[in-house]
Design a protein around this ligand. Structure first.
Ligand code: NDP
Length: 450
């Protein structure tokens, strides 16, 4: 049995109750064997056994009082997965589905993604099962303050630097940062995604969505194609989806769908980004509101989706951008996209495709950009925010955007060259995993058994 299989089997026996974590590990380990075969030093140093366990993990109780005066209790977490190449870095997710297994999957992915950016940041992730939806601003503020009352002990500008993720946007980062400052009296770059007046970076809000499109464009360029004129399916209607649509339109492509947890919008004339921003960023409303405002939009509720399917992927398109959540593209969805002639899939969400969906994309030979490469623009720009904070300076939008573009281009080239080196030219899953892993593994060996 191969070394990677051995480690995976052992991990599966111990963490059978964390299926998303196992899925993320499986996706990485199954592609590393060619590197491990060539370099026995990784097995000798038990790198796989070490890299699949977080260095440290915290679980804490978060108590707060709602608007009716009732005491509420939530779970808070921070998983500090790997600091071989820099301080832990990774977002906070507030969603009722959050548990340790989900955060371990996200933290594990983050190690390799952060390594791929070429910047010195380690991997971590955190969050809570708190649901900001339907809560008043005051309730969100009280929850965020209670959350930071616990979290502040474990983080710091050179220790662990959280950011946003699902359910954590500018409003939440503001309340969390305010409490950190009050508790520690330090004004430092301990969080990224901050407001522009108080240490945030221009282009951070846009970065993940823009980066996903830059990555798609690089994949297409290498094949002599371009996004111009392509019809695109985008899922999600949050931070990543909105700025993915915005950049697609700038590139002359036509995003025709967006979705949220309740339903999807299809508009063959193209998604109206200004209306989407108004509905999601300002009103925090459902997409039914978008359909009220845009007469050409057709709304389909989740209850009318075909059984076990995400209807976004049934729309015939040239390009697909999953930007909502994990496992939102299954094998049937992938087959449907391929049958309809999709040419490129670039992942904005983390682990949006199941393993058999990924295999179907790879087998078909289309341009497939796995999440840890394609969506790395968010964390890369977070690192740029850290750099600006450390230098007590602020760069222009164009400066940051140009750096973001170069980082995405660099990630594509690194993953592509690595896929070639291991005889699987164009397999960016293998290329990204090996390139991301190698740097971290070599750093772990250099730092000894600690
Ligand atoms: P947001 O909270 O801003 O938006 C998430 C969107 O996805 C919402 O439209 C939400 O709908 C929808 N969604 C969430 N869960 C589900 C679900 N179970 N089924 C269907 N739709 C769902 O989050 P982001 O845009 O920041 O994050 C989206 C994805 O991108 C996540 O996988 C995240 O990990 C990943 N990512 C984000 C980065 C960032 O910089 N923000 C960086 C890299 C990756 P609703 O509002 O109805 O819940």
């Amino acid at each position: 049995m191969s070394y990677s299989q051995q480690v995976f089997d052992d991990l599966s026996a111990r963490y059978a109750y964390q299926p998303e974590f196992l899925q993320a590990v499986q996706e990485v380990l199954t592609t590393l064997q060619p590197l491990l075969d060539k370099n026995p030093v990784y097995q000798k140093n038990k790198i796989l056994e070490r890299i699949v366990e977080p260095e440290r993990s915290f679980h804490f109780r978060v108590e707060w009082v709602d608007d009716k005066g009732e005491i509420q209790v939530n779970n808070g977490y921070r998983v500090q997965f790997n600091s071989a190449i820099g301080p832990y870095k990774g977002g906070l997710r507030f969603h009722p589905t959050v548990n340790e297994g989900i955060l371990k999957f996200l933290g594990f992915e983050q190690i390799f993604k952060n390594s791929l950016t070429g910047t010195p940041i380690g991997g971590g992730k955190g969050g809570s099962d708190f649901d900001p939806k339907g809560k008043s601003d005051n309730e969100v503020m009280r929850f965020c303050q209670a959350f930071m009352l616990q979290l502040h002990r474990y983080i710091g500008a050179t220790v662990d630097v959280p950011a946003g993720d699902i359910g954590v946007g500018g409003r939440e980062i503001g309340y969390i940062y305010g409490m950190y400052k009050r508790l520690t009296t330090r004004y430092e770059g301990v969080l990224t995604g901050k407001g522009l007046n108080w240490g945030g970076s221009l282009a951070r809000t846009e970065a993940t969505g823009y980066g996903v499109v830059y990555f798609a464009d690089e994949m297409l360029k290498a094949r002599g194609q371009s996004l111009e004129g392509m019809k695109c399916a985008v899922s999600g209607a949050g931070n990543v989806a909105i700025y993915c649509c915005e950049k697609l339109i700038e590139k002359g492509a036509i995003p025709v769908t967006v979705s949220d947890s309740r339903g999807m919008i299809y508009d063959e004339t193209g998604i109206k980004v200004d209306v989407l921003k108004q509905v999601k960023e300002v009103e925090r409303a459902s997409l039914t509101r978008y359909a009220e405002l845009v007469p050409t939009a057709k709304y389909t509720p989740v209850s009318e989706y075909p059984q076990g399917r995400n209807a976004v992927w049934s729309v015939p398109v040239d390009a697909a951008f999953p930007c909502a959540t994990q496992n939102e593209v299954n094998l049937e969805d992938a087959k449907c996209l391929l049958q309809n002639g999709v040419k490129v899939v670039s992942e904005g969400a983390n682990m949006p495709s199941s393993i058999d969906a990924i295999n179907a994309f790879l087998k078909s030979g289309i341009a497939y950009g796995p999440a840890k490469a394609a969506n790395a623009g968010g964390v890369a720009t977070s690192q740029l925010e850290m750099e600006q904070n450390a230098g007590m300076t602020a760069w222009t939008f164009d400066e940051v955007d140009a750096k973001l573009f170069n980082i995405m281009k660099g990630i594509f080239e690194n993953a592509y060259e690595t896929s070639k080196e291991f005889g699987e030219e164009g397999n960016l899953v293998l290329g990204a995993n090996i390139a991301g892993f190698r740097k971290v593994a070599d750093s772990m060996i250099a730092q000894g058994v600690i």
